[in-house]
Design a protein around this ligand. Structure first.
Ligand SMILES: [Mn+2]
Length: 292
């Protein structure tokens, strides 16, 4: 067990690679402050890391081992202060990876962590990229229970930064959120439309050009294959649908950074931790695909 020897829980359970030779860096951000229903998202990064240490590192779909590209695992971000401070810590960590030319991979924690990552992305790249969200929820609220920096407001904050916003798997929002989106001329593609239309991925990405930031809220997956999350919703994407969407996104767009959020592990049930770990690993493999 390399984990026990090294005392570092790395993604994939490998010996920690040399940072300078890595193409991606995992930034664990176990923030859990504004979660409103099921709890446990703070345990997500550790559960994903533990599961990843036990998964096969050869991806049979990609016929490659993405881990060979170098995936570094940083220590956890300090999330013990205010949400603002935690997001600032995430911003700084993501900015350092961008400056070094590595792909930043933030592991939540609650969805709010995306805001810190986007601050760094905008600093580096400006606003000429789109935020693609795998999520049951639109997260377009102006505020939630009085909080502007909340898991339920993430995409509204992205939109306010001047970024394009798109969804996959969306199936839950308030009247105000959809009214606001429509007032801006934006109509989300809903999960039920994805189930009904074999060409849904083309529609989800229609007219989209340029680079993207990927935010993978694990509750975008159907609650039947992903019950380990704070607000599980029925009618979500299957594993096949989610990975097909990821495949298209990564084939058509440069991915500038990504996060995976909202896994709230269920005690004694490792299947969901594995699902999250493999989704992240597949995403990394697809991003590296041209050069595996
Ligand atoms: Mn969500």
């Amino acid at each position: 067990m390399s984990l026990l020897r090294s005392k570092i829980l790395t993604f994939g359970g490998v010996r920690q690679p040399e940072l300078e030779r890595c193409r991606a860096a995992i930034i664990p951000a176990p923030l859990e402050v504004t979660v409103t229903y099921g709890e446990g998202a703070a345990q997500g990064p550790l559960a994903i890391m533990s599961a990843s240490a036990n998964m096969e590192l050869y991806d049979e779909v990609l016929d490659a081992s993405p881990i060979d590209q170098g995936i570094y695992t940083h220590g956890r971000i300090n999330t013990s202060g205010t949400v603002q401070q935690s997001l600032e810590n995430i911003r700084a960590a993501v900015a350092a990876e961008l400056a070094a030319g590595r792909l930043p991979v933030v592991l939540g924690g609650e969805h709010t962590v995306t805001v810190g990552a986007l601050w760094a992305m905008v600093e580096r790249y400006g606003t000429d990229f789109t935020v693609l969200s795998l999520d049951a929820h639109l997260d377009m609220r102006e505020d939630y229970e009085g909080e502007c920096l909340s898991h339920a407001t993430v995409m509204r904050r992205a939109w306010e930064m001047g970024l394009g916003v798109r969804w996959a798997g969306a199936r839950s929002c308030s009247r105000e959120e959809i009214d606001f989106l429509r007032s801006q001329g934006i109509e989300p593609l809903w999960a039920h439309q994805s189930h009904a239309d074999p060409n849904w991925i083309d529609k989800a990405l229609e007219g989209l050009t340029g680079p993207v930031y990927l935010t993978l809220d694990i509750d975008g997956l159907d609650s039947g294959i992903m019950p380990a999350t704070g607000t599980p919703e029925p009618g979500g994407l299957s594993w096949q649908q989610a990975t097909a969407w990821l495949t298209a996104v990564c084939a058509r767009h440069q991915v500038l950074g990504l996060d995976l959020v909202e896994l709230a592990p269920l005690a004694g049930q490792t299947a969901w931790d594995f699902t999250a770990a493999r989704l992240l690993y597949r995403a990394l493999g697809l991003i590296f695909r041209g050069t595996l």
